[in-house]
Design a protein around this ligand. Structure first.
Ligand code: TYD
Length: 210
């Protein structure tokens, strides 16, 4: 079943996914700079929190002391509703390329595979909310050892990142999602230096552009 079945008519919607430390934010930024430099209208956004008042929600999500098991899930969905209305849909309607650093697959990987929510139920919430499906999802894959060492290098970790058993479930979750949606999710080797990884990103994107 293809979920979040709202289609968008214009623009190109690309999501970046991966475990923490996979380098997707760096790659999303590199693609943004590249597309701009060759004249494409492009918008870069990230979840959670990249809309007018999103910082407050992001802070609660990453650092809040949440008690009810479903609050986290609903806040990620609420955040996405605003990001779609304020940023993603307007940009797609103008015919832009939208690059989104984390999107629905993060919810499936973290809240379903990680926290144990039922995948079909959460996907039906995506549908009910009218979340558009990305044209392509670039999933940056790195080993757990590499992810841990990159996170250590960063020094700080948030509420989700510091939960190691969650991280290993999330990593397996992303793999299962790529099997579930092979036409949309493109797995890319995220190991190696950023330029090397970017050449893989560009190759994948060029396949859909041209
Ligand atoms: P962030 O600091 O943006 O991490 P990264 O730079 O690795 O993207 O934190 C976002 C965190 O939120 C990250 O641990 C993944 C998590 N997350 C979910 O659990 N569900 C979601 O739907 C989204 C969008 C993110």
């Amino acid at each position: 079943m293809r979920v979040g079945s709202m289609t968008h008519q214009k623009g190109l919607f690309i999501s970046f996914e991966g475990v923490d430390g996979s380098g997707k934010s760096t790659q999303a930024r590199m693609l943004y700079d590249h597309l701009r430099s060759i004249g494409y209208p492009v918008t870069l956004t990230r979840e959670p929190g990249d809309w007018s008042e999103g910082r407050k929600l992001r802070d609660i999500l990453l650092n809040g002391d949440l008690k009810h098991g479903k609050t986290e899930l609903f806040l990620f969905l609420a955040d996405r509703c605003e990001n779609l209305s304020q940023v993603i849909i307007p940009s797609l309607s103008r015919g832009e390329v939208v690059l989104c650093d984390r999107y629905t697959d993060s919810t499936l990987a973290y809240q379903c595979f990680g926290r144990g929510f039922n995948l079909e139920e959460v996907e039906s919430l995506f549908c009910w909310s009218g979340f558009p499906v990305p044209d392509i999802t670039l999933l940056l894959s790195i080993s757990q050892e590499e992810s841990l060492s990159r996170m250590k290098g960063r020094g700080t970790s948030d509420r989700l990142e510091s939960d190691l058993s969650l991280m290993s479930k999330v990593s397996l979750g992303f793999r299962s999602l790529s099997d579930r949606y092979p036409d949309r999710i493109c797995i890319l080797d995220g190991e190696g230096n950023p330029d090397k990884v970017f050449s893989r990103v560009l190759e994948a994107v060029e396949r859909i552009f041209w």
